[in-house]
Design a protein. Structure first.
Length: 857
């Protein structure tokens, strides 16, 4: 016989089944952890570590928190890198014959964390990956807790790398042995798990699909379930099944990404153009500047669009038409935003509803959101597309109104079913009767008492409550002769009185005693009945949720266009990129109000495919290149653009190689990373790509760098399978000679004016190469010492005249003072003992040294 308690035996048996998870073990109203898990929990959450009696065995460490606090603590445990297995009591402890039955009901991971009443601004994709050749792979991504999207791509590793950078999965599972490859493709992966090989067995797919989706595998998706995609899909579903993620009817059928209609931006482009995140903490990203959405779902959609611009002009125009329609009605913007704010994160609520995790409060929010949706439908301008699914929203409202007990002003509903504050009156007679008795038991007992007094002619008859017997009739000795035969004697009292019961009183007694239990049971049953009835509306609700998110994004873009003077871009089927008076969308908002952004034009045609851009640092070369890349991106996202005019020939990709890119942790220097990024562009770019390259070759010696930059420009110009639209910024003035040899290349520069000794950066684009680099002027602006700047000017004059360099000290003095004075300064400094000198004496000595140094001026 074991020395440990039955509870600890049950805990350890459960822990053996889930060895890789931190096990939260429900004991009454608390989740407890024991042994090593308790020490871990206490450390991460800052909880008190106690000990629990373990029978004859040694006491064990214990730590825990209330069941209601799971929503608070689970994210912290997952953020610390743990998988959390939630083991709940699955029977009423009062009815348990032995130890209470417990089962793991859910396993929480980064991709399956179902938080209530919390808005997620990014999707939480799980990714399953299998590279079936050295260059080809399949990846499946599922957004379980928000949109329910399941998408996949079967293609090259470089395509998958871009896809991962755009969608940023929070959880990664791979085929055995491919962890390192995954980390190469997706640097942000915090934890990678190799799944067992049998997960990828196609034979397991039908059963896994039925459990996870809640219905049999349809024949309609048979093309997906073949070959490597089908096996990778099976792995995803087997993983979800093991995590107890079942009955998720909101999950979409797997959809292959339409790369012929859209493209994912490469990680380098996302980073260099600061589309999602700024390069520096104090900076701003494009997403942050455009973040005028009201709902979390709208923000998630905006983020997704920025990472996946469209190629298909028809789809782009459809988005632009919606923005245009809202742009043309600014008088409605404030009202529409208010309605969207009321609707909230509908997409996430629908996901929780599908998983039957929606709380009464969330359903109440859904009810009021439906009112706002119907009002929004009527308020939007005529011509704004409406989903057919809106027609079914009245049925959803009716269901919610039928079941839920919602106080409208202010909106209120019970926290959870079972407390009598969730299901409205009139839905269920049994529940209504139990509620009534709970509130009016004394009145019912009094009525029965009065009826029996009148019927039996016993004016002293009373109904009393007894701790052992419950409610009984109390009849005095003088009235015992009037007791009817159907009464049952329960207790003989002193002085001849007695206590009786009857069928009616026993019935009432039982109803009153069980009222709370009936309320708890019936309300929970009816609430589950409501959740089940709503399942048939999951797909229409998802369609409406997507529509709401689209309205939110369109309204945000329309508002930005009004506020900052954006214009609708035009699209052409002629190979031409023309931007008139374009501006950088992020920089212009960062500038003070008295400093307007200097706009510039861009023109690229078949006869002018490369612009070679020269000019000093601070002239605005990088800003100019980035602004044009961002304007093209915004246009193909379906947004108005910061320009007076834009005519766009849709590009198939945007490539960016700008700024320093050290990766010292991986042993890669700036120059190596620069060359790798440049190589990627040269291998991937086509004649429909847009490329910006900044200072190629600067990380090595002058002649090596010049040679590489020269060859790169020639390759971009001449290679028959490349020839992209290109902006190429350089400090190598020698490259400007290429204009004579390369007919599709044109020299431009960012203008700088010198007025006396002062250099003015105009930030204006002008034809032709820059006359001078103005590097010394930039150095002076940066605050280099005057003597150093004079020496640099002297050297520059000799370089320009190709004269021998003048002699200089091996280590020139930045102070440039006579040797005798410098020697005296050195001697006096060495005489000072910083450990003994007083503050007053230090000030005196400092003044002496200053006076001595002044003699050298």
């Amino acid at each position: 016989m074991s020395d440990t308690t039955a509870l600890m035996e049950q805990y350890r048996a459960m822990k053996e089944r889930y060895p890789g998870a931190l096990l939260l073990f429900q004991v009454g109203d608390f989740y407890e952890t024991f042994e090593e898990d308790a020490q871990t929990l206490a450390s991460i959450l800052g909880l008190t570590l106690t000990r629990r009696n373990n029978g004859k065995a040694e006491d064990v460490p214990m730590a825990g928190f209330p069941v209601r606090a799971l929503q608070t603590y689970a994210p912290k445990l997952i953020e610390a890198g743990f998988r959390v297995a939630v083991c709940n009591q699955v029977e009423d402890p009062k009815k348990a014959k032995k130890i209470v039955k417990r089962e793991v009901t859910q396993i929480l991971t980064p991709g399956t964390l179902w938080l209530q009443d919390e808005e997620l601004t990014t999707a939480t994709y799980l990714a399953t990956f299998w590279a079936y050749t050295p260059t080809q792979a399949v990846v499946f991504l599922a957004d379980i807790t928000t949109s329910g999207r399941v998408i996949y791509h079967d293609g090259s590793l470089s395509e998958i790398e871009a896809l991962l950078a755009a969608l940023a999965p929070v959880e990664s599972m791979v085929y055995p042995g491919q962890e390192s490859l995954w980390n190469t493709l997706y640097a942000r992966a915090s934890r990678v798990e190799a799944l067992p090989e049998w997960y990828f067995d196609i034979e397991t797919l039908p059963a896994a699909f039925s459990e996870v989706y809640g219905y049999p595998l349809p024949r309609a998706i048979s093309p997906v379930v073949e070959g490597y995609p089908g096996r990778t899909f099976a792995a995803l579903l087997n993983y979800l099944r093991d995590l107890k993620q079942t009955g998720l009817s909101h999950l979409s059928f797997p959809r292959k990404l339409p790369i012929e209609k859209a493209f994912f931006l490469h990680p380098n482009t996302l980073r260099n153009l600061e589309i999602i995140q700024p390069l520096h903490p104090e900076g701003k990203s494009l997403l942050e500047v455009l973040r005028h959405t009201v709902t979390a779902a709208g923000l998630r959609l905006l983020r997704a669009r920025l990472t996946m611009p469209l190629r298909d002009v028809e789809l782009i125009q459809q988005r632009l038409d919606k923005v245009q329609l809202l742009y043309d009605h600014p008088e409605g913007h404030d009202r529409w935003r208010e309605l969207l704010r009321t609707i909230g994160d509908l997409e996430r609520r629908v996901a929780r509803l599908s998983a039957r995790r929606a709380t009464p409060r969330e359903l109440a929010h859904l009810r009021f959101a439906l009112d706002a949706i119907m009002e929004l439908k009527e308020a939007l301008p005529t011509g704004y597309g409406l989903p057919d699914a809106l027609q079914q929203m009245q049925a959803v409202r009716d269901l919610l109104d039928t079941y839920l007990l919602i106080t409208p002003t202010p909106p209120h509903i019970g926290e959870k079913p079972g407390e009598g504050q969730v299901i409205r009156e009139g839905v269920d007679e049994k529940l209504d009767r139990a509620r009534y008795l709970q509130a009016h038991a004394e009145e019912e007992l009094l009525r029965l008492e009065e009826r029996e007094r009148a019927r039996l002619g016993i004016p002293t008859l009373k109904i009393q409550e007894n701790r052992q017997l419950g409610y009984v009739f109390h009849i005095t000795a003088a009235q015992l002769s009037k007791v009817p035969p159907e009464y049952r004697l329960r207790q003989q009292l002193a002085q001849g009185a007695a206590r009786y019961s009857s069928d009616e009183l026993d019935r009432l007694n039982a109803e009153i005693a069980s009222a709370q239990e009936v309320i708890a049971q019936r309300e929970e049953e009816l609430y589950q009945e409501l959740l089940q009835a709503l399942q048939k509306y999951i797909e229409p609700l998802q369609q409406v949720a997507r529509w709401v998110a689209e309205v939110d994004v369109s309204l945000a873009l329309a508002g930005i266009a009004h506020r900052y003077g954006y214009r609708r871009p035009r699209f052409t089927d002629q190979p031409r990129l023309y931007i008139k008076q374009g501006r950088h969308p992020v920089i212009e908002q960062a500038l003070p109000s008295h400093q307007p952004y200097q706009p510039n034009d861009l023109l690229l045609t078949p006869d002018q495919r490369i612009i070679l851009l020269t000019g000093p640092n601070m002239a605005g070369k990088s800003a100019y290149m980035r602004q044009n890349a961002l304007i093209i991106l915004l246009a193909q996202v379906g947004s108005f653009v910061p320009a007076e005019e834009a005519e766009i020939y849709p590009v198939d990709q945007i490539f960016s190689r700008v700024g320093a890119s050290d990766n010292l942790a991986a042993g890669q220097s700036t120059f190596l990373v620069e060359m790798e990024e440049t190589a990627h562009i040269l291998h991937q770019a086509t004649s429909r790509s847009f490329v910006i390259l900044d200072e190629v070759g600067r990380g090595t010696s002058t002649y090596d760098g010049l040679a590489i930059a020269w060859a790169v420009v020639e390759y971009l110009h001449n290679h028959p399978h490349c020839r992209p639209w290109t902006l190429f910024a350089t400090h190598y003035h020698e490259l400007t000679q290429l204009e004579k040899a390369l007919p599709r290349l044109a020299n431009f520069h960012l203008a700088v004016e010198q007025r006396g000794e002062k250099v003015i950066f105009l930030h204006q684009l002008r034809r032709g190469p820059i006359r001078r680099s103005f590097g010394i002027a930039v150095a002076e602006k940066a605050g280099l010492p005057p003597a150093l700047l004079e020496r640099a000017k002297e050297l520059l004059r000799h370089f320009e005249k190709q004269e021998p360099l003048p002699a200089a000290e091996a280590q020139p003095s930045l102070f440039h003072m006579p040797a005798d004075i410098e020697g005296e300064l050195r001697r006096r400094l060495l005489e000072i003992d910083p450990n003994t000198i007083t503050p007053i004496e230090a000030l005196f000595r400092l003044q002496e040294l200053r006076n001595l140094a002044a003699k050298s001026q």
